[in-house]
Design a protein around this ligand. Structure first.
Ligand SMILES: C[S@@+](CC[C@H](N)C(=O)[O-])C[C@H]1O[C@@H](n2cnc3c(N)ncnc32)[C@H](O)[C@@H]1O
Length: 228
């Protein structure tokens, strides 16, 4: 069921060199295969903040029964995603936000993947973003939230310095006003408040110079949502 990286990367082979380089750099700096491997099989999956869509490609190639919706607010990125994994029959791409998708397709998704997106938002916006993710999921649906852990290690500070270059100097990634990593406990508390029950927290930073961490959570149903 798991897609190897090579066929996913091949989908970007006709992109301009700068974009290709970006996708290859992403492939080797983030554990995207490990994230994709934890997404339940089949169903409708939203890749929120999909960027060029490498993770969407892994998800779609990994299971042809899955329908993957790659969504990103940056039209440039969505154009590259459309020209890459967007050519697969089980991938849809669109310019949008978590709010616009939740408005149109509430409760539609069996899984939502959010990979290295929240750190671009001011921390005050994280709870609202997670509530909208919850709105996208059917009860029992799965959130896979990949972030870099705010553990104040050297990897934490290296990661922030790298992102300052990507966002502020090179302008390759659009940020929503902040760059910040949050500690594990704080993220798990925010998930609970958004009616997402943390199931598993997986440290994926070994072998990388970024403190990658993956939160797997389940959408509580409305009745259970009001329970403590
Ligand atoms: C570091 S890239 C990660 C791309 C992709 N998820 C991956 O793992 O390769 C961050 C992406 O988040 C997108 N983004 C920024 N703010 C966002 C928001 N409020 N909602 C959704 N995506 C956002 C950016 O446009 C960018 O494509």
């Amino acid at each position: 069921m798991n897609a190897p990286l090579a066929p996913a990367l091949a989908l970007f082979s006709h992109l301009p060199p700068g974009e290709r380089f970006h996708v290859h750099a992403r492939a080797f700096s983030a554990p995207l295969e490990a994230v994709a491997a934890r997404v339940p099989p089949g169903g409708a999956v939203a890749d929120m903040g999909c960027g060029h869509g490498l993770l969407s490609a892994l998800l779609a190639l990994g299971d042809s029964r899955r329908i993957v919706h790659g969504v990103d607010p940056d039209p440039r990125k969505i154009e590259w995603a459309r020209q890459g994994p967007g050519r697969l029959p089980n991938v849809r791409t669109e310019v949008g936000t978590v709010e616009s998708l939740a408005e149109r397709l509430p409760g539609h998704f069996d899984a939502v993947v959010v990979c290295d997106v929240l750190y671009l938002l001011a921390v005050e916006r994280w709870p609202g973003f997670l509530r909208e993710v919850r709105r996208l999921l059917r009860p029992g649906g799965r959130l896979l939230l990949k972030e870099a852990e705010g553990d104040r290690s050297w990897k934490h500070f290296k990661c922030l310095a790298q992102e300052v270059v990507m966002v502020k100097l090179l302008g390759r990634t659009k940020a929503g006003g902040a760059l910040g990593l949050q500690p594990r406990d704080a993220v798990e508390a925010m998930l609970r408040q958004a009616h997402l029950t943390p199931l598993e927290t997986v440290v994926l930073g070994e072998g990388y110079s970024t403190p990658h961490i993956l939160y797997v959570a389940e959408a509580r149903d409305v009745g259970a949502a009001s329970a403590p």
